[in-house]
Write a protein that binds this ligand. Sequence first.
Ligand code: ATP
Length: 324
Amino acid sequence: IKKIAVMTSGGDAPGMNAAIRSVVRTCAYYRTDCMGIYRGYQGLIEGDLIPLTARSVNNIIHKGGTILKSARSKDFRTKEGRQKAYESLKKNNVDALVVIGGDGSFTGGVIFNKEFNFPIIGIPGTIDNDISGTSHTLGYDTALNTAVEAIDKIRDTASSHNRLFFVEVMGRDAGFIALNAGVGAGAEEILIPEEDLGLERMLESLKKSRRSGKSSSIVVVSEGDKTGKNVFELADYVEENLPEYEVRVSVLGHMQRGGSPSCFDRVLASRLGVSAVELLLDGKTNLMVGLKDNKVIATDLEKAIKGQHNIDTELLRVSDIMTT
Ligand code: ATP
């Protein structure tokens, strides 16, 4: 393998730049050429590639977003689109691909590999942490810290006005951000998709908390929670049933996807980038690099896509005890 290309694809996440930097510098270390592909698979199809040297990635380790931009590509879902992508790689003499993205990006990568036998390694980058084969995806730790910081601020105003706040956090169908940010920010209740404890339970718990002398509370709601009500409906429901509460809603939204990556995400990105390039140079393909027990491991890309990353609901018990 003489030349490796790197791209970011799907939703962006803090730490992607640190991962790009790591891939580029590892290539330079092993005297292997490196190219960056702009706008994920779409940019690849359109031939939007640039050579990257160790110096091209100066000063980006601390930056959120992705300098290579990201995109969702309809064309890559078609055989013709993938043929163009392949031609683009051949034209630029690229021998292998590192894809930083989520399970959709990996699915595209697996299909591409099967069609063209093209070496590919995935680096999991998404704030949702919903990929199997790694305890942490790139961006998850940063998003958690962003969410906790925001909830801390909401707590200040909640306690000044004796209010109950429903705070919606991201995570899609996974409750990692909600559960961990909820415990970290000392939430009264945490609603996650993996465990629907029912609305009655939430009312009981809020009643109990009022009786115990608490004047303000935070309920953290995962965007994918299974109560059947959105965060505004939940707030209305509580106000109807517990008139003693003055309820407000805050949806944290896309701020959770941005910002300077945490030290954890920078270190993880650096480690995964090195491993991705070394695996390719070692003749390996169709793998995703990830973290397990703080060791970098490689998982079969298809297994990473299909596998479940289960949440540790033990944390719900911890949260319960903390709200005594
Ligand atoms: P995130 O988890 O942040 O959404 P993702 O990688 O899962 O990231 P997707 O939009 O699902 O994001 O996928 C990114 C791109 O991967 C798609 O726009 C498409 O180009 C490609 N892709 C996804 N699924 C397929 C597929 N079945 N066949 C070919 N390409 C695909």
